[in-house]
Design a binder for this molecule. Structure first.
Ligand SMILES: NC(=O)c1ccc[n+]([C@@H]2O[C@H](COP(=O)([O-])OP(=O)(O)OC[C@H]3O[C@@H](n4cnc5c(N)ncnc54)[C@H](OP(=O)(O)O)[C@@H]3O)[C@@H](O)[C@H]2O)c1
Length: 250
């Protein structure tokens, strides 16, 4: 069994996060769960307790509100000081067509998916660096690997988060804190409910299994594509010259 067993989940009501938490609960992990809806968070926490989770602490916050972050960190330090892993799972994917023409919506998308995420991870990085151990894991997306006309506003935020995590990994190199970038392809969750579910959509439980394997303290993974074949799909997409790529309606 893994030695790392206390996790803070930021966005614990996300479908992918819920599936991850269920697997970790079976493995005996303890949880501090953060989400913005108290009612949904209580239901998720109750579900984990019914599955045998030993400790589940709940905290409600709108994580895009950076002014709440210091208070959240104080709560984590007081109630869950021995945590050794943080998983950033929250995010939004607004209608891409509307985002293209709305500065307000785009700013909201970037604030949620990048600005607040990087702000939070800065605070967690300092704490884990001081401990000299642990794992910072964040769910970004294959959408952040290359700007596509279909969803570049969302992709820009995830791409920025990828770069942030890459730099953070370098900063924490030598401090025994692992930085794990998680890049799922399309997954069948509430976030994608409005999209046509094509063959490339993965089940959240399958993605969660990959994530849990990578979270295990015996894993040395730093960049996880899930399902695995997205590593190859994106490698090919990144090789297409820009003059051809810009003509593709993907
Ligand atoms: N589904 C996909 O195809 C896919 C692919 C690649 C990456 N991802 C990423 O995977 C992560 C999880 O998404 P999911 O697929 O599991 O979708 P989901 O079930 O819709 O989860 C998104 C979660 O983010 C939470 N959230 C949004 N804004 C928040 C805020 N300001 N403060 C706190 N929580 C907030 C939502 O809370 P509420 O329930 O309260 O709205 C929800 O729990 C996201 O980062 C997403 O970008 C998803």
């Amino acid at each position: 069994m893994s030695a790392m067993q206390k996790i803070v989940v930021l966005g614990a009501t996300s479908e992918i996060a819920q599936q991850v938490q269920r697997v970790l609960a079976r493995q005996g992990w303890e949880f501090l769960l953060v989400a913005r809806s108290t009612a949904r968070l209580s239901a998720v926490a109750a579900d984990l307790r019914s599955r045998g989770a030993k400790q589940v602490i709940e905290y409600t916050a709108d994580l895009a509100d950076i002014s709440r972050h210091t208070q959240l960190m104080a709560f984590v330090q007081e109630r869950f000081p021995d945590f050794d892993c943080v998983l950033l799972a929250y995010g939004t994917m607004q209608d891409p067509e509307q985002c293209r023409h709305s500065v307000e919506l785009s700013l909201r998308e970037w604030d949620t998916n990048f600005v607040s995420a990087a702000a939070l991870l800065t605070l967690f990085a300092d704490v884990l660096e001081q401990k000299g151990a642990g794992c910072i894991a964040a769910i970004t997306s294959v959408a952040g690997d290359r700007g596509r006309s279909s969803n570049y506003v969302y992709g820009a935020a995830k791409g920025a988060l990828n770069i942030f995590l890459q730099g953070l990994r370098g900063r924490l190199y030598g401090s025994h804190v692992r930085v794990l970038t998680i890049k799922p392809g399309p997954v069948t969750t509430p976030m994608t409910a409005g999209l046509r579910q094509e063959k490339m959509f993965a089940a959240p439980a399958a993605v969660a299994r990959d994530i849990c394997r990578a979270l295990d303290s015996s894993s040395r993974k730093e960049i996880l594509y899930t399902p695995f074949y997205w590593r190859y799909v994106m490698a090919i997409l990144k090789l297409i010259p820009e003059r051809i790529f810009k003509r593709l309606t993907i």
